[in-house]
Design a protein around this ligand. Structure first.
Ligand code: ZN
Length: 94
């Protein structure tokens, strides 16, 4: 019967695509967690807080919240623009 199931799954995947029935357990690399379909290799984002697979837009939103806010600070003015000497008019040489 296993060959009958293999033929059925072949035509099912041919007509409807992979049903993603065989997923791995969650993997986490750096800050990205995901599951992988063992049949077609597609990755599914996984939330460690919700303990389930999530949509890609939810994963993008979590990544956006995880990035720290940028800090803005003023740079010191370069020395070329600082007044170094007082202006003193000199006599013209004829
Ligand atoms: Zn699949």
């Amino acid at each position: 019967m296993s060959w009958l199931r293999a033929v059925y799954s072949f035509f099912y995947e041919l007509l409807f695509g992979c049903s993603h029935g065989h997923l791995t357990r969650p993997f986490t690399i750096a800050t990205h967690s995901y599951k992988v379909c063992l049949d077609c290799g597609k990755q599914f984002p996984y939330s460690l807080e919700k303990m389930r697979t999530i949509h890609s837009w939810e994963a993008a939103r979590q990544t956006a919240h995880a990035v720290p806010a940028a800090t803005v600070s003023a740079m010191p003015a370069p020395a070329a623009f600082a007044p170094s000497e007082a202006y003193e008019p000199r006599e013209a040489v004829a």
